[in-house]
Design a protein around this ligand. Sequence first.
Ligand code: ADP
Ligand code: ASP
Ligand code: MG
Length: 411
Amino acid sequence: MPILVMKFGGTSVATLDRIHRASKRVAREVANGYDVIVIVSAMSGRTNELVGWVEETSPLFDAREYDAVVSSGENVTAGLMALRLQEMDVPARSWQGWQVPVKTSGVHSAARIQDIPNDNIMAKFGEGMRVAVVAGFQGIADDGRITTLGRGGSDTTAVAFAAAFGAERCDIYTDVDGVYTTDPRISDKARKLDRIAFEEMLELASLGAKVLQTRSVELAMRYKVKLRVLSSFEEYDPEAGTLVCDEEDIVESKVVAGVAYQRDEAKMTLISVADRPGIASAIFTPLAEAGVNVDMIVQNISEEGRTDMTFSCPVDQVARAEKAMTDAKARGDINFHDIVADKDVAKVSVVGIGMRSHTGIAAKMFDVLSKEGINIKVITTSEIKISVLIDRKYMELAVQALHDAFELEKA
Ligand code: ADP
Ligand code: ASP
Ligand code: MG
Protein backbone atom coordinates (compact mmCIF):
# COMPACT_ATOMS: atom_id res chain seq x y z
CA MET A 1 0.00 0.00 0.00
CA PRO A 2 1.25 3.55 -0.62
CA ILE A 3 2.53 5.35 2.45
CA LEU A 4 1.57 8.82 3.61
CA VAL A 5 3.28 10.82 6.38
CA MET A 6 1.00 13.17 8.34
CA LYS A 7 2.52 15.43 11.02
CA PHE A 8 0.43 17.19 13.65
CA GLY A 9 1.99 20.11 15.54
CA GLY A 10 1.39 21.14 19.14
CA THR A 11 -1.81 23.14 18.69
CA SER A 12 -3.27 20.37 16.52
CA VAL A 13 -2.97 17.89 19.42
CA ALA A 14 -3.41 20.39 22.27
CA THR A 15 -6.45 18.65 23.82
CA LEU A 16 -8.09 15.22 23.73
CA ASP A 17 -10.74 16.69 21.48
CA ARG A 18 -8.13 17.90 18.98
CA ILE A 19 -6.37 14.54 19.07
CA HIS A 20 -9.76 13.07 18.20
CA ARG A 21 -10.16 15.45 15.25
CA ALA A 22 -6.65 14.74 14.01
CA SER A 23 -7.32 11.01 14.30
CA LYS A 24 -10.37 11.40 12.06
CA ARG A 25 -8.17 12.90 9.35
CA VAL A 26 -5.79 9.98 9.72
CA ALA A 27 -8.67 7.48 9.53
CA ARG A 28 -9.86 9.10 6.31
CA GLU A 29 -6.46 8.58 4.68
CA VAL A 30 -6.48 4.97 5.85
CA ALA A 31 -9.89 4.61 4.21
CA ASN A 32 -8.36 6.16 1.07
CA GLY A 33 -6.00 3.19 0.96
CA TYR A 34 -2.84 4.55 2.61
CA ASP A 35 -0.70 3.06 5.31
CA VAL A 36 -0.05 6.13 7.44
CA ILE A 37 2.91 7.23 9.52
CA VAL A 38 1.72 9.93 11.89
CA ILE A 39 4.34 12.14 13.53
CA VAL A 40 3.09 13.98 16.61
CA SER A 41 4.39 16.92 18.62
CA ALA A 42 3.85 17.41 22.32
CA MET A 43 0.60 19.08 23.33
CA SER A 44 0.91 22.84 22.82
CA GLY A 45 2.88 24.55 25.63
CA ARG A 46 4.13 21.27 27.07
CA THR A 47 7.68 21.47 25.67
CA ASN A 48 8.04 25.04 26.96
CA GLU A 49 6.92 23.88 30.37
CA LEU A 50 9.44 21.02 30.37
CA VAL A 51 12.25 23.35 29.23
CA GLY A 52 11.26 25.74 32.05
CA TRP A 53 11.53 22.96 34.61
CA VAL A 54 14.99 22.01 33.34
CA GLU A 55 16.25 25.61 33.43
CA GLU A 56 14.85 26.18 36.90
CA THR A 57 16.51 23.04 38.19
CA SER A 58 19.88 23.62 36.52
CA PRO A 59 20.58 26.91 34.66
CA LEU A 60 23.63 25.59 32.77
CA PHE A 61 22.03 22.16 32.38
CA ASP A 62 23.57 18.91 31.15
CA ALA A 63 22.09 18.59 27.65
CA ARG A 64 21.65 14.80 27.99
CA GLU A 65 19.25 15.29 30.87
CA TYR A 66 17.54 18.19 29.06
CA ASP A 67 16.80 15.71 26.25
CA ALA A 68 15.60 13.07 28.69
CA VAL A 69 13.07 15.54 30.08
CA VAL A 70 11.89 17.52 27.05
CA SER A 71 11.46 14.50 24.76
CA SER A 72 8.75 13.16 27.07
CA GLY A 73 5.95 15.44 25.83
CA GLU A 74 5.77 13.66 22.48
CA ASN A 75 5.51 10.23 24.11
CA VAL A 76 2.20 11.19 25.70
CA THR A 77 0.58 12.37 22.45
CA ALA A 78 1.83 9.35 20.48
CA GLY A 79 0.23 6.93 22.93
CA LEU A 80 -2.99 8.93 23.14
CA MET A 81 -3.39 9.13 19.39
CA ALA A 82 -2.78 5.38 18.99
CA LEU A 83 -5.45 4.74 21.63
CA ARG A 84 -7.91 7.08 19.92
CA LEU A 85 -7.35 5.38 16.56
CA GLN A 86 -7.86 1.97 18.12
CA GLU A 87 -11.15 3.26 19.55
CA MET A 88 -12.08 4.09 15.94
CA ASP A 89 -11.21 0.51 14.90
CA VAL A 90 -8.10 1.60 13.04
CA PRO A 91 -5.19 -0.79 13.75
CA ALA A 92 -2.61 1.61 15.20
CA ARG A 93 0.49 1.40 17.38
CA SER A 94 2.69 4.10 18.94
CA TRP A 95 6.47 4.24 18.62
CA GLN A 96 8.98 6.26 20.59
CA GLY A 97 12.06 7.35 18.64
CA TRP A 98 14.37 4.71 20.14
CA GLN A 99 11.94 1.91 19.31
CA VAL A 100 12.00 2.59 15.55
CA PRO A 101 14.98 3.37 15.99
CA VAL A 102 15.53 6.96 14.84
CA LYS A 103 19.33 7.01 14.94
CA THR A 104 20.88 10.44 15.48
CA SER A 105 24.18 12.16 16.15
CA GLY A 106 25.10 12.67 19.79
CA VAL A 107 24.74 16.47 19.77
CA HIS A 108 22.15 16.71 22.50
CA SER A 109 19.30 19.24 22.04
CA ALA A 110 20.38 19.74 18.41
CA ALA A 111 20.89 16.19 17.13
CA ARG A 112 20.74 15.29 13.45
CA ILE A 113 18.95 12.24 12.14
CA GLN A 114 21.44 9.84 10.58
CA ASP A 115 19.37 6.78 9.76
CA ILE A 116 15.84 5.45 10.12
CA PRO A 117 15.79 1.71 9.42
CA ASN A 118 12.27 1.01 8.15
CA ASP A 119 12.11 -2.77 8.68
CA ASN A 120 10.38 -2.73 12.12
CA ILE A 121 7.49 -0.55 11.04
CA MET A 122 7.23 -2.12 7.57
CA ALA A 123 6.95 -5.57 9.20
CA LYS A 124 4.04 -4.29 11.29
CA PHE A 125 2.34 -2.81 8.22
CA GLY A 126 2.78 -6.27 6.68
CA GLU A 127 0.93 -7.76 9.65
CA GLY A 128 -2.06 -5.47 9.21
CA MET A 129 -1.16 -2.40 11.27
CA ARG A 130 -2.43 0.63 9.30
CA VAL A 131 -1.05 3.53 11.34
CA ALA A 132 2.30 3.97 13.10
CA VAL A 133 2.08 6.95 15.45
CA VAL A 134 5.64 8.12 16.02
CA ALA A 135 6.77 10.57 18.70
CA GLY A 136 8.43 13.42 16.80
CA PHE A 137 11.46 15.50 17.83
CA GLN A 138 13.40 12.60 19.39
CA GLY A 139 15.91 9.89 18.59
CA ILE A 140 18.69 7.80 20.04
CA ALA A 141 22.46 8.34 19.85
CA ASP A 142 25.11 5.64 19.41
CA ASP A 143 25.73 5.59 23.15
CA GLY A 144 22.09 4.66 23.75
CA ARG A 145 21.02 8.02 25.18
CA ILE A 146 17.85 9.81 24.05
CA THR A 147 18.39 12.91 21.89
CA THR A 148 16.18 15.73 20.62
CA LEU A 149 16.38 17.53 17.29
CA GLY A 150 16.06 21.19 18.33
CA ARG A 151 12.85 23.19 18.76
CA GLY A 152 10.32 22.51 16.04
CA GLY A 153 12.08 19.20 15.35
CA SER A 154 8.95 17.15 14.69
CA ASP A 155 8.83 18.68 11.21
CA THR A 156 12.24 17.14 10.58
CA THR A 157 11.15 13.79 11.97
CA ALA A 158 8.23 13.87 9.52
CA VAL A 159 10.31 14.63 6.44
CA ALA A 160 12.97 12.10 7.44
CA PHE A 161 10.30 9.39 7.74
CA ALA A 162 8.82 10.38 4.38
CA ALA A 163 12.28 9.95 2.83
CA ALA A 164 13.07 6.69 4.65
CA PHE A 165 9.73 5.09 3.73
CA GLY A 166 9.40 6.52 0.22
CA ALA A 167 6.12 8.17 1.22
CA GLU A 168 3.91 9.58 -1.49
CA ARG A 169 3.70 12.89 0.39
CA CYS A 170 4.53 14.53 3.70
CA ASP A 171 1.64 16.64 5.01
CA ILE A 172 2.46 19.07 7.83
CA TYR A 173 -0.76 19.91 9.67
CA THR A 174 -0.49 23.09 11.72
CA ASP A 175 -2.48 26.05 13.05
CA VAL A 176 -2.20 28.18 9.88
CA ASP A 177 -3.43 27.09 6.46
CA GLY A 178 -0.07 27.32 4.73
CA VAL A 179 3.10 29.32 4.32
CA TYR A 180 2.50 33.08 4.16
CA THR A 181 4.52 36.03 2.88
CA THR A 182 5.15 36.79 6.54
CA ASP A 183 3.87 35.53 9.88
CA PRO A 184 0.09 36.10 9.70
CA ARG A 185 0.19 36.82 13.44
CA ILE A 186 2.33 39.89 12.81
CA SER A 187 0.73 41.29 9.68
CA ASP A 188 -2.92 40.97 8.72
CA LYS A 189 -1.85 41.70 5.15
CA ALA A 190 0.19 38.48 4.98
CA ARG A 191 -0.82 36.45 1.92
CA LYS A 192 -0.89 32.69 1.68
CA LEU A 193 1.38 31.25 -0.99
CA ASP A 194 0.10 28.29 -3.04
CA ARG A 195 3.68 27.29 -3.77
CA ILE A 196 7.08 28.28 -2.46
CA ALA A 197 10.51 27.22 -3.71
CA PHE A 198 12.67 25.05 -1.45
CA GLU A 199 15.47 27.65 -1.40
CA GLU A 200 13.13 30.43 -0.28
CA MET A 201 11.48 28.24 2.34
CA LEU A 202 14.90 27.23 3.59
CA GLU A 203 15.95 30.86 4.06
CA LEU A 204 12.64 31.92 5.60
CA ALA A 205 12.80 29.01 8.04
CA SER A 206 16.40 29.63 9.02
CA LEU A 207 15.63 33.33 9.51
CA GLY A 208 12.81 32.62 11.94
CA ALA A 209 9.62 31.57 10.09
CA LYS A 210 8.94 28.71 12.46
CA VAL A 211 6.18 27.16 10.36
CA LEU A 212 8.79 24.59 9.26
CA GLN A 213 12.05 23.68 10.99
CA THR A 214 14.99 24.57 8.74
CA ARG A 215 16.43 21.07 8.73
CA SER A 216 13.12 19.62 7.53
CA VAL A 217 13.28 21.79 4.42
CA GLU A 218 16.89 20.79 3.83
CA LEU A 219 15.96 17.12 3.96
CA ALA A 220 12.90 17.56 1.75
CA MET A 221 15.08 19.30 -0.81
CA ARG A 222 17.78 16.64 -0.72
CA TYR A 223 15.47 13.62 -0.83
CA LYS A 224 12.84 15.18 -3.11
CA VAL A 225 10.04 14.76 -0.60
CA LYS A 226 6.71 16.20 -1.69
CA LEU A 227 6.09 18.57 1.23
CA ARG A 228 2.81 20.32 1.96
CA VAL A 229 1.82 22.65 4.83
CA LEU A 230 -1.88 22.85 5.69
CA SER A 231 -4.33 23.58 8.49
CA SER A 232 -5.59 20.90 10.84
CA PHE A 233 -8.60 23.09 11.63
CA GLU A 234 -10.13 23.63 8.21
CA GLU A 235 -12.32 21.31 6.18
CA TYR A 236 -10.29 18.86 4.15
CA ASP A 237 -9.48 20.00 0.64
CA PRO A 238 -6.92 18.11 -1.48
CA GLU A 239 -5.79 21.40 -3.05
CA ALA A 240 -5.37 23.21 0.26
CA GLY A 241 -2.23 24.54 1.84
CA THR A 242 1.18 25.40 0.42
CA LEU A 243 3.33 23.06 -1.62
CA VAL A 244 7.08 23.45 -1.07
CA CYS A 245 8.59 22.61 -4.44
CA ASP A 246 11.37 23.20 -6.97
CA GLU A 247 11.89 26.70 -8.30
CA GLU A 248 11.05 25.46 -11.84
CA ASP A 249 7.57 24.41 -10.71
CA ILE A 250 6.59 27.96 -9.83
CA VAL A 251 5.15 29.85 -12.76
CA GLU A 252 5.49 33.38 -11.47
CA SER A 253 7.57 34.53 -8.60
CA LYS A 254 8.32 37.93 -7.13
CA VAL A 255 11.72 39.38 -6.35
CA VAL A 256 10.95 39.25 -2.63
CA ALA A 257 9.02 36.17 -1.46
CA GLY A 258 8.66 36.97 2.20
CA VAL A 259 9.72 38.72 5.39
CA ALA A 260 10.92 36.75 8.41
CA TYR A 261 11.86 37.78 11.92
CA GLN A 262 13.62 36.42 14.97
CA ARG A 263 12.36 38.13 18.08
CA ASP A 264 14.66 36.88 20.81
CA GLU A 265 18.12 37.85 19.66
CA ALA A 266 20.96 39.40 21.61
CA LYS A 267 23.90 41.47 20.44
CA MET A 268 27.14 40.93 22.31
CA THR A 269 30.27 43.04 22.01
CA LEU A 270 33.73 42.24 23.26
CA ILE A 271 35.31 45.62 23.87
CA SER A 272 38.92 46.16 23.00
CA VAL A 273 40.27 42.76 21.99
CA ALA A 274 43.81 42.45 20.69
CA ASP A 275 43.63 42.48 16.88
CA ARG A 276 46.04 39.69 15.94
CA PRO A 277 45.98 36.64 13.65
CA GLY A 278 43.93 33.88 15.26
CA ILE A 279 41.78 36.15 17.42
CA ALA A 280 38.50 35.25 15.66
CA SER A 281 39.25 31.59 16.13
CA ALA A 282 40.18 32.15 19.80
CA ILE A 283 36.78 33.81 20.34
CA PHE A 284 34.44 31.70 18.22
CA THR A 285 35.86 28.24 18.94
CA PRO A 286 35.00 28.35 22.68
CA LEU A 287 31.59 29.85 21.82
CA ALA A 288 30.88 26.94 19.46
CA GLU A 289 32.12 24.45 22.06
CA ALA A 290 29.74 25.99 24.61
CA GLY A 291 26.83 25.42 22.19
CA VAL A 292 26.30 29.11 21.39
CA ASN A 293 24.68 29.61 17.97
CA VAL A 294 26.54 32.66 16.74
CA ASP A 295 24.78 34.32 13.83
CA MET A 296 25.92 37.74 12.65
CA ILE A 297 29.54 38.84 13.22
CA VAL A 298 31.06 42.30 12.85
CA GLN A 299 34.61 43.32 13.59
CA ASN A 300 35.29 47.02 13.91
CA ILE A 301 38.27 48.81 12.37
CA SER A 302 41.14 48.44 14.78
CA GLU A 303 42.89 51.26 16.52
CA GLU A 304 46.34 50.82 18.00
CA GLY A 305 46.15 47.07 17.61
CA ARG A 306 42.85 46.68 19.46
CA THR A 307 39.32 46.25 18.11
CA ASP A 308 35.72 45.57 19.15
CA MET A 309 34.13 42.29 18.08
CA THR A 310 30.32 42.11 17.89
CA PHE A 311 28.18 39.03 17.34
CA SER A 312 24.57 38.04 17.74
CA CYS A 313 23.10 34.91 19.30
CA PRO A 314 19.74 33.80 20.77
CA VAL A 315 19.02 35.75 23.94
CA ASP A 316 18.74 32.61 26.06
CA GLN A 317 22.37 31.78 25.21
CA VAL A 318 23.83 35.03 26.60
CA ALA A 319 24.81 33.48 29.95
CA ARG A 320 26.58 30.60 28.16
CA ALA A 321 28.36 33.04 25.84
CA GLU A 322 29.49 35.25 28.73
CA LYS A 323 30.83 32.26 30.62
CA ALA A 324 32.67 30.91 27.56
CA MET A 325 34.31 34.32 27.05
CA THR A 326 35.27 34.95 30.68
CA ASP A 327 36.67 31.40 30.92
CA ALA A 328 38.72 31.96 27.74
CA LYS A 329 40.01 35.22 29.22
CA ALA A 330 40.90 33.50 32.51
CA ARG A 331 42.88 30.88 30.53
CA GLY A 332 44.75 33.70 28.78
CA ASP A 333 43.44 32.67 25.33
CA ILE A 334 41.83 36.07 24.69
CA ASN A 335 42.02 39.45 26.31
CA PHE A 336 39.26 42.07 26.32
CA HIS A 337 38.32 45.03 28.51
CA ASP A 338 34.64 44.36 28.81
CA ILE A 339 31.78 42.29 27.46
CA VAL A 340 28.48 44.06 26.79
CA ALA A 341 25.17 42.31 26.03
CA ASP A 342 22.23 44.10 24.40
CA LYS A 343 19.32 41.74 25.06
CA ASP A 344 16.65 43.89 23.40
CA VAL A 345 17.26 43.29 19.72
CA ALA A 346 15.48 41.37 16.97
CA LYS A 347 16.43 40.31 13.47
CA VAL A 348 14.29 41.13 10.44
CA SER A 349 15.05 39.66 7.01
CA VAL A 350 13.71 39.85 3.48
CA VAL A 351 14.07 36.76 1.30
CA GLY A 352 13.66 36.11 -2.42
CA ILE A 353 15.34 34.15 -5.19
CA GLY A 354 14.71 37.16 -7.44
CA MET A 355 17.46 39.03 -5.57
CA ARG A 356 19.99 37.00 -7.55
CA SER A 357 19.14 39.05 -10.62
CA HIS A 358 17.65 42.26 -9.17
CA THR A 359 19.69 44.99 -7.56
CA GLY A 360 18.52 47.69 -5.18
CA ILE A 361 16.63 45.49 -2.71
CA ALA A 362 19.03 46.26 0.14
CA ALA A 363 18.91 50.00 -0.59
CA LYS A 364 15.11 49.90 -0.60
CA MET A 365 15.04 47.95 2.68
CA PHE A 366 17.33 50.46 4.42
CA ASP A 367 15.30 53.36 3.04
CA VAL A 368 12.03 51.89 4.37
CA LEU A 369 13.53 51.38 7.83
CA SER A 370 15.04 54.86 7.93
CA LYS A 371 11.68 56.44 7.01
CA GLU A 372 10.19 54.63 10.03
CA GLY A 373 13.01 56.02 12.20
CA ILE A 374 14.41 52.54 12.87
CA ASN A 375 18.14 52.35 13.48
CA ILE A 376 20.01 49.37 11.97
CA LYS A 377 22.61 47.86 14.32
CA VAL A 378 24.07 45.07 12.20
CA ILE A 379 23.53 44.00 8.57
CA THR A 380 24.26 40.72 6.82
CA THR A 381 23.45 39.63 3.29
CA SER A 382 23.62 36.52 1.17
CA GLU A 383 22.61 35.77 -2.40
CA ILE A 384 18.89 35.64 -1.66
CA LYS A 385 18.42 37.45 1.66
CA ILE A 386 19.19 40.62 3.61
CA SER A 387 19.00 40.66 7.41
CA VAL A 388 19.21 43.53 9.88
CA LEU A 389 19.42 43.65 13.64
CA ILE A 390 17.19 46.34 15.18
CA ASP A 391 15.70 47.26 18.57
CA ARG A 392 13.08 44.64 19.44
CA LYS A 393 10.38 47.24 20.08
CA TYR A 394 10.42 48.14 16.36
CA MET A 395 10.23 44.56 15.09
CA GLU A 396 6.51 44.42 14.21
CA LEU A 397 6.68 47.87 12.64
CA ALA A 398 9.67 46.87 10.51
CA VAL A 399 8.00 43.65 9.31
CA GLN A 400 4.81 45.47 8.37
CA ALA A 401 6.59 48.38 6.67
CA LEU A 402 8.74 46.01 4.59
CA HIS A 403 5.74 43.84 3.70
CA ASP A 404 3.97 47.01 2.46
CA ALA A 405 6.98 48.43 0.62
CA PHE A 406 7.63 45.22 -1.32
CA GLU A 407 3.87 44.90 -2.03
CA LEU A 408 3.74 41.34 -0.79
CA GLU A 409 -0.02 41.41 -0.22
CA LYS A 410 -0.45 41.48 -3.99
CA ALA A 411 -0.21 38.21 -5.90
P1 ADP B 1 3.25 23.58 15.03
O1 ADP B 1 2.99 23.54 16.49
O2 ADP B 1 2.09 23.08 14.22
O3 ADP B 1 4.54 22.96 14.64
P2 ADP B 1 4.44 26.19 14.88
O4 ADP B 1 3.97 27.13 15.94
O5 ADP B 1 5.76 25.55 15.06
O6 ADP B 1 3.29 25.11 14.64
O7 ADP B 1 4.44 26.92 13.45
C1 ADP B 1 3.27 27.56 12.99
C2 ADP B 1 3.38 29.06 13.25
O8 ADP B 1 4.40 29.61 12.44
C3 ADP B 1 2.16 29.85 12.86
O9 ADP B 1 1.20 29.85 13.89
C4 ADP B 1 2.72 31.23 12.56
O10 ADP B 1 2.51 32.14 13.63
C5 ADP B 1 4.22 30.99 12.43
N1 ADP B 1 4.78 31.56 11.20
C6 ADP B 1 5.89 32.34 11.16
N2 ADP B 1 6.14 32.72 9.92
C7 ADP B 1 5.19 32.16 9.12
C8 ADP B 1 4.92 32.19 7.72
N3 ADP B 1 5.72 32.86 6.87
N4 ADP B 1 3.85 31.50 7.25
C9 ADP B 1 3.06 30.82 8.10
N5 ADP B 1 3.26 30.77 9.44
C10 ADP B 1 4.31 31.42 9.95
N1 ASP C 1 7.54 19.78 20.84
C1 ASP C 1 8.78 20.25 20.24
C2 ASP C 1 8.83 21.77 20.30
O1 ASP C 1 7.90 22.40 20.82
C3 ASP C 1 8.95 19.76 18.84
C4 ASP C 1 7.90 20.19 17.86
O2 ASP C 1 6.80 20.53 18.26
O3 ASP C 1 8.18 20.17 16.65
O4 ASP C 1 9.79 22.35 19.89
MG1 MG D 1 6.52 23.65 14.73
